[in-house]
Design a binder for this molecule. Structure first.
Ligand code: ADP
Length: 652
């Protein structure tokens, strides 16, 4: 027998007390039981977790903690413990005294007697319920954030402080033009790396200084190099003190908004510029109007006073007339400029033969050139070329250029009018060159500005300073731009490029190639007369060719409205084809006259016009027109209409 010393006995008692204190203080349930599962020990932790006081469980089976439907693993575990296995761990579900189920982590260890024989077991149950609840809550939150991350419209990223992206959502990958997240991550310049803009620099500086950046607008590039504008929000993140910094951010594509902002800015700038130009124009106009008006009023007052001798009276009247004519020119040209700018000037863009326009302008300028002894040489090449233009307005442009070439030429100088292929494909350029003093390079920019006379106002040459401004706007409205080339002392050349269009012969060829051809051996039509009131020769030619497809029609034509009306009264045609824009009175006025005269009221009138505005069409039909056809002509439509109005061919 081995007797223990009192010291040893005392120390072992102390250790027992310590152990008992630890067991009692533990938050876990510590349960002592036999190898058959009968409970022999039940600490305070077990009372708290399961709700049973120790008196209620001592002697009962530990299996009482296993709720129905949950497999009881303890018997097998105890068998293994008995066979000498050390610690055994498993997770299961237990029930408390009031029936609540709890997740527990179980550790079973053998209890041995002093000889080392396993005589029982100690089970420690750790309550996992709270832990599991936290885990579940975390999982739910993770799922929620993942859904946002995957489906957000903004690009979202997480990055390390050295710019390495650790996560990028699909929106970000799309936004920056990559195929997949892998494709994105594998590109070294993917995230702002290649954005060497000032804004990217600002983003980095502010992140270092303030730890966050909100809605910073940045311009950069997608993978393919195309430009993109984004609004960036980035915040610095630090899990805990001392842990490395990471960045979390969103990028929103604002390219469209930036684009509309830029176009709005451009429109506003353009509107401001137009407003300033209009104000300037009006103030210059009122100034320019005052000069001739002052002259008119001054000389009129002198005449009224009745003290002028007959020579002075004649001079005063001449001055009044001269100022009056100047005033009229100023007003007419200003009204034209305002009309173009306000979109109120009607243009009838039709094929016009350049030879005809040049001839009209030459007829009008001839006398003035002759008076100054200036020769005008016209090179006839391209005279048969057709341009898309408003004939009257184009004559006005060439008249202005020729009149300047006469006015600002030297005595007995010369003018050359020629045509040449334009650098612009599909355009023909008409050139007006003079042998005048030329225009200094520093003045050339201002030559098309309204009221700019570039010093000519000091000379005796009359002018308003509006002619070139107006001509430029007219040519621009017809699809071209006047260009000036000049050499001091050698003269100036104004070139006018305008779009070329097919002439009547080509148009007819095209119509023929569509399967239509004059069939002289075909059916016979009732004989009839058609009056075509049109000031455009090219259109008259086309109509003549069209009518070849309807034998028996006699075509008469008039290039002015008044003459057209007279011819209608005289010949009483079976049909009147009427253009809208005529040199003397408008087509609408001609229609009014035809409709209100008993001699012509029954003649059907068909309008042929290049304009075709819905409001005009309706009002002309209301005013008595039978039909409204828009130019360019559609031959089959015209022939169909003739059949309707003039009768079908006889079948015999
Ligand atoms: P206006 O002839 O009524 O003064 P324009 O607008 O036609 O006005 O021309 C503006 C100015 O450009 C003229 O006053 C003149 O100084 C200058 N200019 C125009 N055409 C020529 C030209 N062929 N040669 C030299 N100067 C010209």
């Amino acid at each position: 027998m081995c007797a223990r010393s009192p010291d040893i006995i005392e120390r072992s008692g102390l250790a027992q007390s310590h152990l008992a204190a630890i067991v009692d203080a533990s938050d876990d349930a510590i349960i002592g039981h036999t190898l058959t599962g009968a409970i022999v020990g039940w600490n305070a932790g077990a009372e708290r977790i399961y709700g049973y006081p120790s008196g209620a469980v001592i002697g009962r089976s530990i299996g009482l903690l296993v709720p129905p439907g949950v497999p009881d693993l303890m018997p097998d575990v105890l068998r293994e413990v008995q066979q000498g296995r050390g610690l055994l761990r498993y997770n299961t579900i237990h029930a408390t005294r009031d029936g609540a189920r709890i997740d527990v982590s179980i550790t079973v260890s053998p209890v041995r007697d002093p000889s080392g024989k396993v005589i029982g077991a100690a089970t420690v149950a750790h309550n996992l319920t709270q832990h599991r609840a936290v885990e579940r809550a975390l999982q739910e939150t993770e799922n929620k954030y993942r859904t946002i991350f995957e489906h957000a419209r903004e690009g979202i990223f997480y990055a390390t402080s050295d710019g390495e992206t650790v996560a990028a959502n699909p929106a970000l990958v799309r936004l920056l033009g990559y195929d997949s997240a892998e494709d994105f991550m594998s590109d070294p310049g993917h995230l702002l790396g290649s954005w060497m803009t000032d804004q990217a620099h600002e983003l980095r500086t502010r992140l270092v200084g303030e730890g966050r950046v909100h809605d910073l607008e940045m311009e950069g590039c997608r993978k393919d190099g195309s430009k993109i504008w984004v609004s960036a929000t980035v915040v610095e993140m630090r899990e805990s003190f001392g842990s490395p910094i990471t960045y979390q951010g969103t990028l929103l594509d604002i390219s469209e908004q930036k684009g509309s902002e830029a176009s709005l800015r451009r429109e506003t700038d353009e509107a401001d510029r137009a407003n300033r130009a209009k104000t300037e124009f009006l103030s210059r106009l009122s100034h320019e109007l005052r000069t001739p008006l002052t002259s008119i009023l001054g000389f009129a007052q002198l005449l009224q006073m009745g003290r002028l001798n007959p020579v002075q009276q004649t001079e005063s009247v001449d001055n009044i007339l001269k100022a009056g004519r100047h005033l009229l020119r100023l007003i007419n040209e200003s009204v034209d400029i305002a009309g173009i700018e306000g979109g109120r000037m009607a243009f009838s863009l039709e094929p016009v033969r350049i030879g005809d326009v040049v001839k009209d302008a030459m007829d009008l300028i001839g006398p003035a050139a002759q008076q100054r002894g200036i020769e005008i040489r016209v090179f006839p090449a391209h005279a048969d070329c057709y341009l898309t233009a408003d004939r009257q307005r184009l004559v006005q442009v060439f008249l202005n250029l020729l009149s300047n070439a006469v006015k600002y030429n030297c005595e007995h100088g010369s003018i050359t009018l020629s045509c040449g292929e334009s650098e612009d494909k599909g355009k023909l350029t008409v050139l007006v060159a003079d042998t005048g003093p030329g225009i200094a390079p520093e003045l050339r920019d201002r030559i098309f500005t309204p009221f700019e006379r570039l010093g000519a106002e000091q000379s005796s040459v009359e002018g308003t300073g509006l002619g070139l401004a107006l001509s430029q706007q007219l040519v621009q409205a017809m699809g071209g731009t006047i260009v000036l080339e000049s050499e001091l002392g050698a003269g100036s050349t104004f070139s006018v490029p305008l779009p070329i269009v097919d002439g009547p012969a080509v148009q007819m060829e095209e119509m023929n190639s569509c399967g239509l051809a004059p069939d002289h051996a075909g059916p016979t039509y009732p004989p009839c007369t058609v009056l075509y009131i049109e000031d455009n020769l090219a259109n008259l030619e086309v109509m003549e060719l069209v009518l070849a497809y309807r034998p028996g029609v006699k075509l008469i034509s008039a290039m002015q409205g008044r003459l057209g009306f007279e011819l209608a009264k005289e010949h009483h045609p079976d049909l009147v084809l009427l253009d809208m824009r005529l040199a003397d009175i408008s087509g609408r006025q001609v229609l009014g006259r035809l409709q209100s005269d008993p001699a012509t009221v029954d003649i059907p009138v068909v309008i042929l016009s290049a304009e075709g505005l819905p409001g005009d069409i309706a009002s002309l039909l209301k005013a008595g027109a039978r039909a409204y056809l828009t130019k360019p002509f559609q031959m089959d439509v015209i022939l169909e209409l003739m059949e309707e109005l003039l009768g079908s061919p006889s079948t015999d």
